[in-house]
Design a protein. Structure first.
Length: 321
């Protein structure tokens, strides 16, 4: 069975994307999006419409260490483009040196998320999520406050960009958050070997081994697709045709307040270490973890046994994402 047939038969990605390839550029709600062919723009809140000027300001602020109280940490410190917008650490380290409780997730395609963060199902706006690393105190990630506002407002380059984006409105926490959110909404990628094979009929980097791994991944025997499904191989997102799947999972409990998000597997081969706490260093360790049946009292998962060839195939598929 071919790669496209495997997924369609599994009922995971039906109706979600296109049958053609390429990238298109077009305006929606006044902003010119550059998106993979057939993928619609992500949701945008009415109180923060997209604009080229906001995106330009947000891009500049994203890499600015002056967002942090001691000028050591920018958004790009933890979401490094060279590491697929992660940091390569088991757990994030804030500007104060205090470790975060969770592994840093990638920001690719988060504009389509229905909810944000590892555990809070109530955070459903990117603007609200961004305030946590900026101003949160447990832990302190950046320590953004009035002092940082004053420093940024006094910068001539920032002032020009801010005026273009927000007119005569003063630079404050709200405009910083709105600009950052606008930029993060543009972080959209659909160019992996998996994408090229599945949507663009280009099998050049997706061989028979990866296709076998794909069949295993979406099989009932392994059940990976129950938590990692849809366009982003994660919990629910807002793209059309998304199958309804749980956003959060802690396999040992039914109470979602104690659950973790099923993270996106996009570019997972380049975002080590893994799990919510960064406790597994390689994808081979992740596969072995689930072969054993997952974590403590993981009643929703079943152990399974893979032959060496099957294990290699599954890892090849994950690397293609």
């Amino acid at each position: 069975m071919g790669a496209r047939s495997v997924v369609l038969a599994a009922g995971i990605l039906v109706g979600m994307l296109v049958l053609g390839g390429g990238v298109r550029s077009g305006r929606a709600d006044g902003y010119r999006w550059t998106l993979p062919e057939g993928l619609g723009p992500p949701p945008v809140p009415p109180d923060n419409p997209m604009s080229e000027e906001k995106v330009a300001l947000g891009r500049r602020l994203f890499a600015d260490v002056r967002l942090s109280f001691n000028r050591t940490t920018s958004c790009a410190t933890c979401h490094d483009p060279a590491r697929e917008l992660t940091d390569g650490l088991p757990r994030a380290i804030g500007a104060s040196g205090e470790p975060h409780a969770r592994n840093t997730p990638s920001l690719w395609n988060v504009a389509y998320n229905v909810t944000y963060t590892w555990i809070d199902q109530g955070l459903d706006r990117l603007e609200d999520q961004l305030r946590l690393p900026l101003t949160g105190t447990s832990p302190v990630e950046m320590g953004f406050g009035p002092g940082q506002v004053d420093v940024l407002a006094a910068d001539p380059e920032i002032a020009v960009l801010h005026r273009a984006a927000f007119g005569d409105a003063p630079l404050d926490e709200t405009t910083v958050v709105q600009a950052l959110a606008s930029y993060v909404r543009t972080l959209i990628r659909m160019d992996s070997a998996f994408d090229r094979r599945l949507y663009w009929d280009d099998p050049s980097d997706f061989d028979a081994t990866a296709a076998s791994g794909m069949a295993l991944f979406f099989s009932e025997r392994l059940g990976c697709g129950h938590c990692h499904a849809g366009l982003h191989l994660s919990g629910p997102t807002a793209e059309p045709g998304r199958a309804v799947m749980p956003v959060f999972h802690r396999t040992a409990v039914s109470d979602s307040s104690e659950s973790f998000r099923a993270p996106s597997l996009r570019f997972v081969g380049r975002t080590a270490p893994y799990m919510h706490d960064g406790s597994l260093a390689t994808l081979a360790e992740v596969v072995a973890f689930y072969e054993r049946g997952g974590g403590r009292d993981a009643e929703r998962l079943r152990p399974f046994a893979l032959s060496p060839a099957e294990r290699a195939a599954l890892l090849a598929f994950l690397a293609s994402l």
